[in-house]
Each structure stands twice: as C-alpha cells, then as structure tokens.
Design a protein. Structure first.
Length: 240
C-alpha cells in the first residue's frame, strides 16, 4: 500500500500548458523554503469575467497581472518602488496599477477582465489606461523562472509556452481556515474539486533546462602551445 503524503500530486508541465492554451486555469506551487504558496494562474488575453470572479472567490489573495519587460515598457508602467536594487528573491516587482479607460469603475469582475485583456493586447498603448487603477501589475524578470523562481515569472513563462502573449493573471490561494496560505492538502483538494492541473515551479525550471538551448558557442580562437596548435572555445550560458 503506498505511503500517504500531504504533497500535491503534480501534473506534467505539458498538461498545464495545454490547459492554458485552451483558456483554462491551473494551480502553480512554489518551494516550501520560498513563499510556500499556491496560485491560480491563467492567460490574460483570454480571461473572462467568470474566471476573475472564481479567482477572487476561491483565491482571496491579490489579483495581479504579471508581464514581460517589453509589455511594461510599451504601456509605460513604472515600478512602485526601487524593486531592482538589492533584496531577497521573494521580493515582488509591483508596477503601477491601472484600469482600462473604458472599464467603468474598474472594480467589477467584468471591468477587471476587460482591463486584463487590454493589457495583453499588443495594440494597447499607455494612453488607453487610467492610473492608478484597481488592477495590480507585476514585472517578470527576463529569463523567467531560470532567473527567479517566483509565481510572477512562472506565469509569464507558462502563457508564452502556451503560445500566448507574455502576460498572465494570478492570485494567491489563501487557506479557508483563516490562517495564512492554503497548505499542500488544501491545494490538492482544490485541484481535485475543480479539476485543475497543479504543477510546481521546481518542475517548470527542470522542464525548461531540459528542453531549451541555454548554452551558446560564442568564439573560437586558434592558439599555439608547446604541445602544438590547439583551439580555445568560449561559451555563454543563459540565465544562470
């Protein structure tokens, strides 16, 4: 008989990517020695009012929109503080919160879904948004989870792997017992109840390292030694 465990039974990264590609939601868990939390995540460009409502009801954390550096630059979203100075890897890079100019009060699930989809729209510009607003935005580090093993980077990595814009939506899953974040047992129950894939950032890091070309041959120089001619070859490694 298998030994019981409180750890969630994780899906594969491919299963999570397929769900995101189909406009569905997944749960992403980080390391116990880090924030030790699970987040609902989905693609920003296809998010619906129903998904926003679900995330707010069942997540209860702060609804945020992680994005790539290019997207943040296009929308002229500035950091709320000096997020790029020395600090722990768990430090979250918050940008200016916004509402879309046509999103009414910006508060309702429909208003927020409209704002989030507009952020992901490659044709949107800074002038299309009112700031400050009700939708929190986050900046993902270039290189994703290979640079920072956080939910912000995991969200952007996963939606890009699903073929979408580098913009997602996330919310922390708080414990229904009122004592902090949902633990492993709660996350497993939520995933089973709502039939959601659940994956770990650790598995995503491993997946990317196995699947992506991270080492590049940069230069080759012939040299002569006392043992005869030979070559020196220099390589670079991305995101290490």
């Amino acid at each position: 008989m298998p030994e019981a465990t409180d750890e969630p039974r994780f899906n594969t990264i491919d299963e999570a990517v397929d769900a995101l590609r189909r406009g569905l939601m997944v749960i992403v868990v980080d390391a116990a020695e880090r924030e030790n939390e699970g987040d609902f995540i989905c693609a920003a460009e296809t998010i619906t009012a129903e998904q926003v409502d679900f995330m707010l009801r069942h997540g209860s954390g702060v609804l945020c929109v992680p994005m790539s550096e290019d997207c943040a630059e296009r929308l002229q979203l500035a950091p709320l503080s000096d997020n790029h100075g020395p600090g722990p890897q768990t430090h979250t890079n918050f940008l200016t919160p916004v509402d879309h100019a046509d999103a009414g009060t910006g508060v309702s699930a429909a208003n927020r879904a409209m704002t989030i989809r507009a952020i992901a729209d490659a044709n949107s510009r800074a002038k299309d948004f009112v700031r400050p607003g009700h939708t929190s935005t986050l900046l993902a580090k270039s290189g994703g989870v290979l640079r920072r093993a956080g939910h912000t980077e995991a969200t952007v990595d996963l939606v890009q792997m699903a073929g979408g814009q580098p913009v997602g939506c996330l919310i922390e899953i708080l414990s229904q017992h009122g004592d902090g974040m949902a633990d492993a047992a709660e996350l497993r129950q939520i995933a089973e109840t709502f039939n959601l894939p659940i994956i770990s950032i650790e598995d995503l890091i491993r997946y990317r390292r196995m699947r992506e070309q991270l080492v590049a041959r940069e230069v080759e120089v012939p040299i002569v030694t006392r043992f005869g001619p030979t070559r020196v070859i220099a390589y670079t490694v991305d995101h290490e």
